[in-house]
Design a protein around this ligand. Structure first.
Ligand code: MGD
Ligand code: MGD
Ligand code: SF4
Ligand code: MO
Length: 702
């Protein structure tokens, strides 16, 4: 049995893997892992399928003159890519090379340590990522309020008495911005000790079904609800800041803002009556150990920035920030916030500049990915002519994916780094496949930072590479050095690149661990096998506030965005809106080729409330044509009161049956891409994040 760590979702479960030759014969949860305690979900076993998948690429591909993708050697591919990227940036400027960084980069030690050097070498304004279709608003709020984009507090679930979840479905997702393996047991324990779970979600989710209370909110109305909760707290209780009192600025600004938002005013907008809102507010204020956590559904909507801000304000003024049972900060052994040698993640930047075509604000050097197609299609200086997609599938994962797909086909150069010929990679000029997850070393640089307990775990590769494959970091490092050489970078820069390559990800990690607050080393982690337990979360403010800054409760960009919410309260609302969902046996867009995850019937079905079904002539088991401003799809219908009236729900990450996709199991499964309906113009105007939730659609029988 070899120790491993599951890189698929944020729970980061510790695994034990049995290997025969280069075959993975079993995957089990590691009972000795201090964080995951033996937990695993069906997806972990599918890591074996992924390893054995005959469709997984075993060597690099290059498109030939006849338009076919054919085998090419690594040196030849990487040299030609560097030549062409360099030629494009020399002729058209550095912004002509774009980047899209997908979600798995964050689960990849090599990319967390070597990616940033490549992005720095490219220095393009057109670096985009999955951040802006996901958690950007939370990072923005942390940046503006706490001074660092990664100071993201997590619910101290094991000690709380009241947990309020806003747009999160951890029983399926296994937690997000919240590394909480075995969340079901933890939520059951919360309720067993007399605690309360409240879920605020337009859909009666798997988590809501097990909660004490489910509030089916109208999509996009969370900011108004949070303002009303704060209104009640300021009106009927005094703010309780505890040990943070001397650190907080802007309390009076918040008080005066929320005065205008009584529960009665917002009830028609949120769909939650004033009495329920009032009771919940007082419960949050009066429960000694309570916490509100907003996640994906709270950030990918019209007012994601306001929601992320108000959640943090609510936890702060009720005395639940940085206290046991509240919203707490982890103190990881390798801390990307305070990492040595410039190896960490910076505090973040916001709106230093705006994107060329749509005028959207940058966040930490990235324009929103929703505008990537504009940047490719719109001629002019700075137009994107080459794109590197690293561990991403933006054709399926970004709003109006079909438009982006059209844009990608016009690029001079598209390079995809990933293991599969998926919906995006099939359009590429080069496809560079990394080793499979179990064939690379693993340590969670980011997820230890978001965990419900301080632990540290490292795993060496459990299996050897099974083809002409390279580690992601080797590919990144090779390209970085090739590009630096071609532009004539200084001797010093090139020496730094060589030194980093010599260290490798494990060496960098070792350095970070040794210099970190727990003074660990790679050797200690290797010896421990199942990881080191560093204890429960502890209060750590103000020390952990970036650069000794204070807590800004009322940042100006947040206050300025309130007018937009006021206008929304008065505006007419669409008849039917679309929201998304995740499923236990999916992993965004890329695990549908694993046979053991694909058993059972059609999962890409539209959930429709009985009233809406009747109004639009839809029947359970029939098919619907769903149309939005940008596109139309036809899908099977399930009539259910799981969703609110006026809300329909479709999962994301489907729609694999396209020419050139080489994923036989996935392609046979059918399904459509929800992002052929979502609209690239629907963004949270404050943060630039995609507003997937609440897309207006029309329905009719197909
Ligand atoms: N409508 C709608 N859209 C959504 C969402 C939604 O709920 N609804 N969810 C959003 C969210 S939260 C996210 S995070 C994004 C995800 O969006 P993306 O990150 O763009 O897409 P993924 O589906 O995660 O695809 C990951 C790709 O990386 C490859 N890959 C996997 N592991 C590795 C690796 O180690 N190295 C390399 N080089 N490649 C690897 C996979 O084969 C796959 O091609 O989608 C977003 N889009
Ligand atoms: N099984 C599985 N697990 C996963 C993933 C996966 O694809 N499959 N993806 C991983 C990734 S990348 C991420 S980011 C996480 C996300 O994990 P979570 O944050 O838990 O996200 P979801 O499961 O999408 O749940 C979001 C919820 O928000 C609700 N919602 C939609 N609109 C609104 C709204 O306007 N207001 C409110 N209050 N709620 C709303 C939806 O109905 C949904 O139940 O999951 C991770 N884990
Ligand atoms: S919960 Fe997440 S990390 Fe744990 S086994 Fe499942 S996919 Fe892997
Ligand atoms: Mo995500």
């Amino acid at each position: 049995m070899k120790p491993a760590i599951c890189p698929l979702c944020e729970a980061s479960c510790g695994l034990l893997v049995e290997v025969e030759g280069d075959r993975v014969t079993s995957v089990r949860g590691d009972p000795d892992d201090a964080l995951s305690r033996g937990h695993l979900c069906p997806k972990a076993a599918a890591l074996a399928d992924l390893h054995a998948d005959p469709d997984r690429l075993r060597h690099p591909l290059r498109r030939n003159a006849a338009g076919e993708l054919v085998r090419v050697g690594w040196e030849e591919a990487l040299d030609e890519i560097a030549d062409r990227l360099h030629a494009i940036r020399s002729t058209h400027g550095k912004d002509a090379v774009g980047l899209y960084l997908g979600n798995p980069n964050v689960h990849n030690l090599g990319m967390m340590t070597f990616g940033p050097n490549l992005w720095r070498e490219l220095r393009t304004r057109n670096r985009t990522s999955a951040t802006s279709v996901d958690q950007l608003p939370h990072q923005l709020a942390a940046h503006l309020m706490l001074g660092h984009q990664l100071l993201l507090p997590v619910p101290d679930v094991d000690r709380t008495e009241l947990l309020v979840l806003l747009g999160a479905n951890p029983l399926v997702s296994n937690g997000s911005l919240w590394t909480v393996p075995d969340v079901r047991k933890r939520l059951d324990a919360l309720r067993a000790r007399g605690g309360r779970l409240v879920v605020i979600d337009p859909r009666r989710t798997e988590t809501a079904a097990r909660a004490d209370e489910h509030l089916p909110i109208a999509p996009g109305a969370d900011a108004a609800l949070l303002l009303a909760l704060l209104h009640v707290i300021f009106a009927e209780r005094e703010p309780r800041l505890g040990h943070l009192a001397s650190l907080v600025d802007g309390l009076e600004d918040v008080r005066s803002v929320v005065a205008d938002w009584p529960p009665e005013r917002v009830a028609p907008f949120t769909g939650i009556d004033a009495a329920t809102t009032r009771t919940l507010a007082l419960r949050i204020a009066d429960t000694p150990r309570a916490v509100v956590h907003g996640r994906f559904g709270a950030s990918t909507q019209d007012f994601g920035g306001l929601v992320a801000w108000l959640v943090l304000v609510l936890n702060t003024v009720t005395g639940h920030l940085d206290t046991a049972g509240g919203a707490m900060f982890a103190e990881p052994a390798f801390d990307p916030i305070h990492a040595p040698l410039g190896l960490g993640v910076g505090p973040g930047t916001f709106a230093r500049w705006t994107s060329r075509v749509a005028g959207l604000p940058e966040f930490s050097g990235e324009p929103p990915v929703a505008t990537l197609a504009d940047e490719i299609l719109e001629p002019g200086e700075g137009q994107v002519r080459a794109l590197v997609v690293w561990a991403g599938n933006p054709v399926l994962s970004t709003p109006n994916g079909a438009r982006l797909e059209r844009a990608l086909t016009g690029l001079e150069l598209l390079v995809c780094v990933g293991p599969m010929l998926d919906e995006t990679a099939r359009l590429a000029h080069f496809v560079l496949p990394p080793v499979a997850p179990l064939a690379r070393p693993h340590y969670d640089v980011i997820f230890h930072l978001l965990a419900v307990r301080n632990t540290a775990r490292y795993a060496d590769p459990a299996v050897p590479p099974d083809g002409d494959l390279r580690q992601d970091w080797e590919i990144a490092s090779h390209l970085t050095r090739g590009l630096a050489r071609r532009r004539g970078a200084s001797w010093k820069v090139r020496a730094q690149h060589r030194a980093l390559a010599w260290l490798g990800p494990a060496g960098v990690l070792d350095l970070g661990l040794r210099l970190g607050r727990h003074r660990l080393s790679l050797r200690t982690l290797r010896r421990s096998g199942s990881g080191v337990d560093l204890g429960p979360l502890r209060p750590c403010l103000p020390e952990r506030l970036a650069r000794g800054r204070r807590i800004a409760l009322a940042p100006a960009p947040m206050l300025a965005d309130l007018d937009r919410l006021r206008a929304a309260l008065e505006a007419p609302r669409p008849d039917v809106v679309l929201i998304g969902r995740r499923e236990l046996r999916s992993n965004n867009s890329w695990m549908h080729n694993a046979p053991r995850l694909m058993k059972g019937g059609d999962r890409c079905v539209l959930q429709v409330h009985p009233e809406d079904a009747a109004r639009h002539g839809l029947v359970d088991g029939g098919r619907a044509r769903v149309e939005s401003r940008v596109g139309a799809v036809e899908v099977p219908v399930r009539v259910t009161d799981e969703v609110r009236p006026g809300v329909v729900c479709l999962p994301h990450g489907w729609g694999h049956a396209r020419d050139g996709v080489r994923q036989r199991v996935a392609a046979a499964a059918g399904g459509v891409s929800v992002n052929d309906l979502t609209d690239e113009r629907r963004i949270d105007a404050l943060s630039g994040n995609a507003a997937f939730s609440g897309t207006p659609v029309t329905l009719r029988p197909a």
